[in-house]
Design a protein around this ligand. Structure first.
Ligand code: M6R
Length: 605
């Protein structure tokens, strides 16, 4: 979490810092700040809340200077107020930080014993005070290097110095940091997205690297201060980034973009004339994979859960799923014949990235399903499958979820086919049905009007429950996650068959219960579970592709979806659930693109 920007230029930088911070707000938005160097002074401005407030402050009291750093914060140490906002500056140095300094308490204690006074409750301020001491006797590079040695934890840093009005130093350990190049201007940024409007030439720091930039040149050093070279990458030209057009917010734009993103993804991987799935350069023999382990967090984890059902259905491979924050600390028996698949929209999630690093250390086969192809997870895995969803700005993941599921669906089908686990005829039938998916998603999104009515039922409810079986169970979990994330209402997802083992006790008159029941092998069983809920007063929203009117008796609302193919039902039922979470949040006047306490990219563990 947290976003960093730094610009060294031959012209004033504060406007571009603000513009970049607006792009970085998806990483954290509880406070913002910047510092520039002008006339041998550090000029620091910061506030709690959004970048727009910082912009207003600058409007009244501009921050001059051709060199500066900026930050958007997602609080870890200390409440989100002005004092805790970054940068953290002393008389001579100013620091922005993304990550967590795990030994900050010990360091703080030592500094306090020396009589140093802290102005904030943050872990970051120890870096500022350590650097301030080191700079009395050392060059900036040596001071930074020797300070970093004392730090435990993860960080990406941007640092400027009162005495060096043309120099920014950046450093990385565990949190991402990119460098951008332009004429008379160079940059550091938490990601390429923040730099994209200024340059398409980018390098990435690896863990332990330090970069020193002026407006004319960038130098890189490794852990031992040896000069190193970095590859310069040219970024792809994404034309549709960050413009919400006529939509009220990014989330609803991204929901309605899903038929197009699905089409792009399908066109990328499916050879329609041969009815085949093109995965080039698969770096392993599908027949020799014994087990697949799917790993992710949040919504990405839910796509892993759905994929477990697909891999089990289409292949003879054993499948496990794991939450990255659990996987990374368990005593895992790694096996070279297993394939470890990492799913992440951002490709920067700290837990997922650490779980991948653990697999790399144990020299097992890794593959990643990501949206951001330049991301750490993509760069560190043996094989990358991009979902081609385009930038997802809303904190709640929607089109990336559909993209992740699509990739995993195609992957499971291809694996089944390569191993001879499914017949060619079945394989091709599933592909021809998949090609119809984008048009079917358009139909599913037409449920919006009815969903708007349903949403009203949630306004005064204490909570809600989402139930499903089979493929629909992970979709129930995802529906509940979307609703709580956006509306701040309590919501739980359960396998419908689990209800009588405890959760049924929660059902009381008027509690909204969402039942996802496509016409698959679980259909009648789920409908029976639904009746048990109705008998106890639950107010049902049934999402189904069945037209059986008898089933709908005593059901408050039924959302009828088109029928495509059983294994594709998760894509269809996800649409009304995303719309439901959106409309409840809209009625409750929530900040839809930036729900409270959250951030888009979770780069701390
Ligand atoms: O970037 P990632 O896919 O790795 O992010 C994982 C989760 O943080 C993310 O899916 C989160 O759960 C979403 N905000 C849910 O909408």
């Amino acid at each position: 979490m947290c976003g960093i920007i730094g610009i060294a230029s031959n012209k004033p930088v504060s406007t571009n810092i603000i513009n970049s911070l607006k792009k970085l707000e998806y990483r954290g938005y509880d406070s913002a700040g910047l510092a520039t160097i002008n006339e041998n002074q550090i000029n620091e401005k910061k506030c709690s809340g959004r970048v727009e407030y910082l912009e207003k402050i600058l409007f009244k009291t501009p921050a001059m200077g051709n060199l500066g750093i900026g930050h958007v914060r997602w609080a870890t140490h200390g409440v989100p107020n002005e004092a805790n906002a970054h940068p953290h500056s002393s008389e001579i140095v100013s620091v922005v930080h993304n990550g967590i300094i795990e030994n900050s308490k010990i360091l703080k204690h030592e500094l306090e014993k020396k009589g140093k006074i802290f102005k904030s409750q943050t872990d970051t301020e120890v870096i500022t005070l350590l650097l301030t001491d080191e700079l009395k006797i050392k060059t900036p590079l040596n001071a930074v290097h020797d300070t970093l040695i004392k730090l435990e934890g993860s960080f990406a840093l941007g640092i400027i110095f009162k005495e060096y009005d043309d120099m920014i130093i950046g450093a990385r350990r565990g949190s991402p940091l990119a460098v951008g190049y332009s004429k008379d201007e160079n940059y550091i940024g938490s990601d390429s997205y923040a730099l994209k409007s200024m340059t398409n030439k980018i390098s990435y720091l690896d863990d332990g690297d330090i970069c020193v930039l002026t407006k004319d040149k960038v130098e890189f050093y490794d852990l031992s201060k040896n000069k190193i070279n970095k590859k310069v990458l040219t970024l792809s030209d994404d034309k549709n980034i960050a413009d919400k057009g006529d939509y009220k917010n990014f989330m609803i734009k991204e929901i309605f973009e899903q038929p197009i993103t699905a089409k792009n993804c399908i066109n990328e991987y499916i050879d329609k004339s041969r009815e085949d799935i093109n995965f080039y350069n698969i770096p392993f023999d599908a027949k020799k994979i014994n087990k697949i382990i799917l790993i992710g967090c949040g919504t990405a984890y839910h796509s892993c859960l759905v994929a477990k059902y697909w891999f089990e259905e289409f292949t003879s491979i054993e499948v496990e799923t794991d939450i990255a924050s659990e996987f990374r600390y368990r005593k895992i028996r790694f096996n070279k014949n297993n394939l470890y698949i990492f799913v992440s929209q951002s490709g920067e999630t700290a837990d997922t990235s650490a779980a991948l690093d653990l697999c790399k250390k144990n020299k097992v086969k890794t593959c990643s399903v990501v949206n951001v192809v330049e991301s750490t997870i993509a760069r560190n895995s043996d094989w990358v499958l991009p979902i081609h969803a385009g930038p997802e700005i809303g904190v709640a993941s929607t089109k990336a979820f559909i993209g992740q599921m699509l990739l995993l669906y195609m992957f499971s089908l291809k694996m089944g086919y390569l191993r001879g686990d499914i017949e060619k005829e079945d394989y091709q039938k599933k592909i021809s049905n998949l090609i119809k998916l984008p048009d079917i998603l358009i139909e599913c999104l037409k449920t919006e009007d009815k969903i708007q009515l349903v949403a009203k039922d949630f306004l005064n409810s204490k909570g809600s429950m989402f139930l499903g079986r089979g493929f629909s169970f992970p979709i129930a979990l995802e529906g509940a996650l979307k609703l709580k994330e956006l509306s701040y209402l309590h919501a739980e997802g359960y396998p419908a068959g689990e209800m009588k083992h405890g959760p049924l006790a929660l059902i009381e008159n008027g509690l909204p219960v969402i039942v996802i029941s496509p016409h698959d092998k679980y259909f009648h069983k789920t409908i029976s579970n639904m009746q048990e809920v109705i008998a106890r007063g639950g107010k049902i929203l049934l999402i189904t592709d069945s037209n059986d009117n008898v089933i709908s008796e005593n059901v408050r609302f039924t959302i009828n979806l088109p029928y495509l193919e059983k294994s594709l039902s998760p894509f269809l039922s996800a649409m009304p659930l995303q719309l439901l979470a959106y409309h409840v949040a809209l009625l409750k006047k929530r900040d839809i693109d930036k729900p409270r306490n959250l951030a888009k990219s979770v780069t701390v563990e």
